[in-house]
Design a protein around this ligand. Structure first.
Ligand code: AMP
Length: 221
């Protein structure tokens, strides 16, 4: 089996990136580094970074490149990432970040950049049907166009649709994702590092496709 990998994963919200990152992280025994998770932790802890990032995140903007590159640089220098590799999720978000990442990774470049591809209509449907318990955060899938509020099986709380999961809000986020990510996809494609992987189907089958592409790339290095 391949020991350790250095990956970037791109994919629309709702493409199943979170699920697959956890599985890949277990499979290759490498840390899953999500910049969104790191920023949300900083917000919860109320650090100076968190206060600044929280405002930007709430406004739907991007945290400046130099700050993001600093955070990722520090994280990639930790022993687990140095020794085993990493799965980067949410970074890079801009071509500037991608160029800086290239500099941080000298002399051992990325093995692969994966675009986990799920058609826009499908992620829209998945996210629009997502319901969450207001009290304990448990996730549910609503039947199509089901407006009813249900009761959480786990804690008895109200199961509702998040304000930012309405079709209008999701469409806006998907537009933003496409406009941000297209230049990155072109950047990595030009370097021969990009693999587009079909993210539709059972999560086990998606994982099989990912592992096949990653193993092939790691064997070529
Ligand atoms: P995510 O969980 O990846 O969707 O990230 C949540 C939010 O954190 C984003 O909407 C941005 O405001 C911020 N963020 C996460 N990663 C980055 C990044 N690489 N560059 C700039 N902002 C980021």
């Amino acid at each position: 089996m391949i020991q350790g990998v250095r990956l970037v994963i791109l994919g629309r919200q709702g493409a199943g990136k979170g699920t697959q990152c956890v599985r890949l992280s277990n499979h290759y025994v490498v840390p899953h580094i999500s910049t969104g998770d790191m920023l949300r932790a900083a917000v919860r802890e109320g650090t100076p970074l968190g206060v600044m990032a929280g405002e930007i995140m709430n406004a739907g903007g991007l945290v400046p490149d130099d700050i993001m590159v600093g955070i990722v640089d520090e994280r990639l220098k930790r022993p687990d990432a140095l020794k085993r590799g990493f799965i980067l999720d949410g970074f890079p978000r801009t071509v500037g970040q991608a160029e800086s990442l290239g500099g941080l990774l000298v002399p051992t470049p990325l093995d692969l950049v994966i675009d986990l591809d799920v058609p826009r209509e499908l992620v829209l449907e998945r996210i629009s049907s997502r319901r969450v318990c207001r009290d304990c955060g448990a996730n549910y899938a609503a039947a199509r166009n089901d407006p009813s509020v249900r009761i959480c099986d786990r804690c008895g709380g109200d199961v509702v649709q998040r304000d930012d999961d309405t079709p209008e809000a999701v469409n806006k986020r998907l537009d933003l994702y496409d406009s941000q990510t297209t230049p990155l996809i072109n950047f990595y494609n030009a370097q021969g590092l990009l693999a587009v992987i079909n993210g539709v189907g059972h999560p086990d089958h998606v994982l099989d496709r990912l592992v096949a592409a990653i193993d092939a790339a790691a064997e070529r290095r």
